[in-house]
Design a protein around this ligand. Structure first.
Ligand code: ZN
Length: 280
């Protein structure tokens, strides 16, 4: 089982650069991106385009970085929506009444790791530095979702949970979904301890390529392979899944990495928004 024939493109724009899924771009239904660390105003380990408040950065830096980034998309950084990410599997629906929640410090009100909306123009955002972001776009109706799928998310099957939720609540068939999987920490850069390994083994993820012994009491975990396998099992078509081949840890010039930088680091942002002029 391959990793999909569709990937992301790196788009350079002055001192900034971001990634976009070719598949999502070709759909014409959404605007979306995954940021890199270039072109911002933060310094040190946080240099330079840190997008999240829950770091050691100043609020002013984060706001300036978001302003610069969303300017590229002619979007207002003060109107973005984000949740309090808790490494769980809660899913919440957002509408225009939530506009701007999470745009300023302590303004996010809902704790969840998956955001859904049917509202054109509402910018869903999430943050990561090694965890994977999963972007969802329905083909037959205006609906997008964005999930934060790290180790705990994968263990809780957040990908399939979103797929099932969209089917049950919005009658979106899994084979009518596009999914894009952001850069994330690769299996060779990602070692977990025996406790985590036991939890994944218990959940059925054992052996190649998911979980393999490395050093003593250390195991390599392939987060990307697990997230992909879960989406395929949930009924998403392989041809409708785009996967970034880039590792956040292997590419220090492009990305922050929580593991590589031992926790003192910034965050990339992922966002997705339904285009307002979607005609179906
Ligand atoms: Zn790597």
């Amino acid at each position: 089982m391959g990793r999909g024939n569709k990937s992301f493109s790196l788009i350079k724009c002055g001192s900034q650069a971001y990634l976009q899924s070719d598949l999502f771009k070709a759909s014409g239904l959404v605007e979306h991106a995954f940021s890199t660390r270039s072109g911002g105003c933060s310094s040190g380990n946080l240099a330079s385009l840190n997008m999240a408040f829950h770091t050691e950065d100043s609020v002013d830096n984060v706001l300036e970085n978001r302003r610069r980034f969303f300017n590229l998309f002619k979007a207002d950084y003060r109107q973005i929506v984000s949740a309090i990410q808790v490494h769980g599997t809660e899913i919440a629906v957002f509408d225009k009444n939530h506009k701007g929640e999470g745009a300023l410090p302590h303004s996010a009100t809902r704790s969840c790791d998956a955001l859904v909306t049917t509202e054109p123009g509402l910018i869903l955002s999430a943050y990561a530095a090694d965890c994977q972001l999963l972007y969802f776009c329905a083909l037959d109706r205006p609906l997008v979702a964005l999930a934060h799928a790290g180790k705990q998310g994968a263990l809780g099957r957040i990908g399939p949970q979103v797929v099932n939720y969209l089917q049950e609540q919005f009658q979106v068939k899994p084979d009518r979904l596009l999914v894009a999987m952001s850069p994330a920490v690769c299996w060779c850069c990602y070692q977990v301890g025996s406790g985590d390994a036991a939890a994944f083994r218990l959940a059925g993820w054992n052996g190649q390529p998911y979980l393999e012994p490395a050093a003593e009491d250390k195991f390599n975990l392939d987060l990307v392979a697990i997230n992909l396998d879960q989406l395929l099992t949930a009924g998403v078509n392989h041809d409708n899944i785009a996967i970034s081949e880039l590792c956040t840890s292997c590419n220090p010039d492009l990305f922050y990495s929580y593991r590589r930088d031992r926790g003192i680091t910034g965050r990339m942002i992922g966002f997705i928004v339904l285009k307002s002029e979607v005609t179906g």
